[in-house]
Every structure is written in C-alpha cells, then in structure tokens.
Design a protein around this ligand. Structure first.
Ligand code: HEM
Length: 469
C-alpha cells in the first residue's frame, strides 16, 4: 500500500502525556466532543484516549465502505468482548465476531423476517394498550409524564415479552425483579467501556459484587424462560411454524440440523436483544415526541394521518401501522437529527486504508455517524425537522437513506430495525389518536441535553397530555 499517508500526519486535538485527549471529553457527552473535532479537523482525524490512538472518520462514503467490510475487514472492539466476558455475559450477536458472529446472525435473523415480526403484533398491541391506560390516568389527573423513563417501560415490556416469551409487566407494576437486575448490568457495561483505569480488575467494590449477583439472577431467569419455551414448543409443535415470540423463533432456528448454535447462543442473544432493543427504541421515541412538539405543522400532519387511518388503539392492525407513511417519515427525520447511536467503534482485522490513510491491523476506527447527515452539503436546510424529505421524492429519499445511517450499515446493520419502527409507529399512533400534547419541555425550558448512557438520551423531558378534543 504505497503512497498512503500515515495516521500520525493527520490533524487532531493536541494530546496530553499519558491521558491523551481524555480530559478534553466528558464521558456523558463524548459524542459531541468528537463531532466538534470533526467540524474543526475535517472528515478524517486522530485523537487519543489514554494510550490508545483512534482514527475518527466522518465522511459517510468512507464509513459505509468500512462498515460493509465486515466481518472480514473490521470487527467490533476486543474491549467490548473482554468486558462482557469479565462480567459473565454469554456472548451474543452484537459482541461476536468472525465465524461465531455468522452463525449467531443467521439464528437471530430468522426471528426478524417480516412474517415473524407480524406474528409478534398481538404481544406488542397488549403492551401499547397498557401504555394507553397509563397515559389516560396521567391525562385525567393532569399529571406530568417523565418521558424517557416512561418510554423505557414500554420498550422493556415490548422487548422482554418477545425475548423472554413471557410477560414482564413493568408498565403496571413497580417491583419487577428481573428488570431491577438488568438495570444494573447495562450501565455497568457502558461505564467499564469508557473507564480510563479498569478498577474492577484491581479491587472488587460492593457495586461489583452486586453486579455479579445480578448477572447470576438474570442468567438463572433466562435459563428458566428457555426451559418454558422449549416445553411450549414440545406441547404445541405447530408453534414451530409461526413462533409468537423471538425466543421461540431463535430456539427453532438453533434446532435446525446445521445451525452450529444451541441454548448457550440463545441465552446470549436473549440478553443481547434486551440490551440492543430497549434504550434505542425508547430514546428514539422520546426524541421524536420532543421534535414533533417543537414542529407543530409536522405534528398536525402526523395527527391527521393517524386519526384518519388508525383512530383507535384498541383496534390497531399491522396493515394500519404499515399505512402510516408520514409517521414513519417523522421517525427517519428524528433519527437523522438525533441518532441514538451517534458513533460506533470498529477495529481493523488486517492492514487496510481509509481515505488514503494507512490503517494498520488492530487500529480502532471511531465512526462519527452524525456529521454528513446533518450537513447542508447533503441536505437542504439540514438542521430543520422536515419529514417531507423522506416522502414522495424517490431520488431524494434514497440518497437521504445512504447518508443517514441510524441503524448502521453493511452485513451487521441492525436486525431489529423493522421491529423498532413498528414499536415506534404503535406508540406514536396511540399517542396521536387519543391525546393532544399540551406540553413537552425540560424543567428550565432549555433544549434537552444529549446524554450518552449506552445510547444517546434526552435529559429531563416531561410531557403533559389532554384527552383528544
Ligand atoms: C430505533 C431503534 C434502534 C436503533 C436506532 C438501533 C441501532 C443499531 C445500530 C446502529 C447497530 C449497529 C449496526 C452496525 O454495526 O452497523 C445495531 C445493531 C444491533 N441491533 Fe439495533 N437499533 C434499534 C433497535 C433494535 C431492536 C428493537 C433490536 C432487537 C430487538 C435491535 C437489535 C440489534 C442487534 C442484535 C444488533 C447487532 C447486530 C450485529 O452485530 O450483527 N436493535 N442497532
């Protein structure tokens, strides 16, 4: 690979000895620091976290090429795999690489094709109707709804219903045991991923012991869910043809003769689904409600569509949800401006190049996913919330889809994207059909901060609803 430039020649923020650029970023807002460097240093630059140099890329074409070059050219980071194993997590498709990833991806994908997702509709409808019940109470009492935690209950119930094959009713109860354990695991992964010193390898704090207990409880519960699902499949073999939840779909796929996977991989992927499917969808919904409230013309159009095509949450059908084109455009526009995964980190598996820069094997590449997608070079009036850009203009919409990649790209693109869009459509349709939004705001009236905690969430949003007039 002659004629290539070296990473050391690239611009980037000046590192301090030992810590590099660590003190120039705040863990909860690190995506914004790296995005700001991108505006200063251009589409490819370098920075250092401790001893580790990272190559940051903002150019969407270069990002797409690298993300497509998986699993052979790039992998998810070794650190993610190590931290998961140290915590006692059984590896699932998100953290897996190479051959193990290929086998798990095939098993997981079997549960996400459109026919399967359609079979999950009754389970999602039940959860949507529960959320309706909660919001009715809040509207009648005139009380404010803490938007992000509230939507987390919705997605936790929706995904755990599918991933456990059992009803975890956090919307109607406050003492859901397994959820309390899960709540400890996910933040711990994020904290450890971005810790300068791996303190947990040196000293075990009470919180580490608590984490171990939570891991044990969760793994025990999952083993129970798998045993129950297997018993159901045994008792009713017809379920194998159209599994009503993800867990059963994964078991059926694992049981195929040449699958190369078994209950261990199913266990790992039950947790993976929860991890990948809860915060992402809840935070996207919270951003969407915030943006719609701020854009009354778009809100009215979305309301009108829902009230014409899906006016009653008690009678929602998959076909009605599929007809909500404008609501879907609002989701795409929300994810362009507020992608809940605003960056990804991948690692080169062999010597390669990106934009004329030599990238040695093992190099970490920080993919800045929100840069071109919010640039006037690629979108007219790029900072504005304009769902119309996703509609009725085939050329424009398809080029928008190439630049804005909220679900990632290439062979590891999010397998849950259609399920997520369905959950979003159901919650939004229920909201817009039955309520008027009185207010969505933070306590001080400022824009909600973007906080990274595994995914990017809005801080402090409260919503007030009134029964539809
Ligand atoms: C709005 C909601 C969601 C967003 C924005 C989102 C975003 C993402 C992104 C950016 C990736 C990385 C893709 C890549 O490496 O190129 C990913 C991977 C993944 N997502 Fe999602 N996701 C969402 C919902 C879900 C749901 C509901 C599920 C499952 C129930 C899910 C399951 C997964 C899994 C299993 C992976 C790993 C795929 C692999 O490595 O092969 N996601 N998602």
């Amino acid at each position: 690979m002659n004629g290539l430039r070296e990473i050391a020649d690239l611009p980037g923020p000046r590192p301090l000895p030992v810590v590099g650029n660590l003190f120039q970023i705040r863990r909860k807002h690190l995506h914004q620091s790296v995005e700001a460097w991108g505006r200063e240093y251009g589409p490819i630059f370098r920075f250092r976290l401790g001893a580790r140099t990272l190559l940051a890329v903002t150019d969407f074409e270069a990002l797409t090429t690298a993300l497509r070059d998986r699993p052979d050219g790039f992998r998810r980071t070794k650190l993610m795999e190590t931290i998961g194993l140290e915590m006692g997590l059984t590896p699932g498709v998100f953290a897996a690489n190479g051959e193990a990833w290929k086998l798990q991806r095939r098993m997981v994908m079997a549960g996400f094709d459109p026919t399967h997702v359609k079979a999950y509709f009754p389970s999602l409808l039940k959860v949507t109707q529960r959320l309706h019940g909660r919001w009715l109470k809040a509207a009648n009492a005139g009380s404010a709804i803490e938007l992000q935690p509230e939507l987390m209950r919705y997605t936790v119930d929706a995904i755990s219903g599918l991933a456990f094959g059992a009803d975890i009713n956090t919307l109607e109860s406050d003492d859901e045991v397994i959820q309390q354990h899960l709540d400890k695991i996910f933040p711990a992964i994020y904290r450890r991923l971005f810790s300068f010193i791996p303190w947990w390898r040196i000293v075990r704090m009470p919180s580490d012991r608590q984490l171990e207990r939570s891991m044990l409880e969760v793994n025990r519960a999952i083993a129970g869910f798998i045993a129950q699902a297997r018993a159901r499949l045994e008792a009713e073999p017809a379920r194998r043809a159209q599994p009503p939840n993800l867990l059963e779909a994964m078991i059926v796929a694992a049981d195929e003769g040449d699958s190369g996977v078994g209950d261990r991989e199913v266990t790992g992927n039950v947790l993976t689904m929860l991890l990948a499917g809860e915060d992402t969808t809840a935070n996207t919904l919270a951003w969407m409600i915030h943006l719609l409230h701020r854009n009354p013309v778009a809100l009215r159009r979305a309301q009108q569509e829902v009230r014409e095509r899906a006016p009653d949450a008690a009678a929602f059908t998959p076909e009605m949800m599929a007809s909500l084109d404008y609501v879907e455009a609002c989701a795409h526009e929300t994810m362009r401006l507020k992608p809940v995964a605003p960056f990804q980190v991948i690692e080169a598996l062999r010597d390669t190049e990106i934009k004329g820069i030599r990238v040695p094997k093992g190099m970490g590449v920080w993919c800045v996913m929100r840069s071109d997608s919010v640039s006037d070079k690629h979108f007219t009036d790029a900072q504005a919330f304009e769902p119309e850009r996703w509609l009725n203009q085939p050329g424009v919409a398809s080029s928008a889809k190439r630049v804005s990649m909220p679900f990632g790209a290439g062979p590891r693109i999010c397998p849950g994207r259609y399920l997520a869009l369905l959950e979003i459509a159901m919650a939004m349709a229920m909201l817009l059909a039955h309520f008027d939004i009185v207010d969505v705001s933070t306590p001080d009236g400022a824009d909600p901060a973007e906080q990274m905690a595994f995914t990017m969430m809005p801080v402090g949003l409260r919503m007030r609803l009134r029964l539809r007039t």
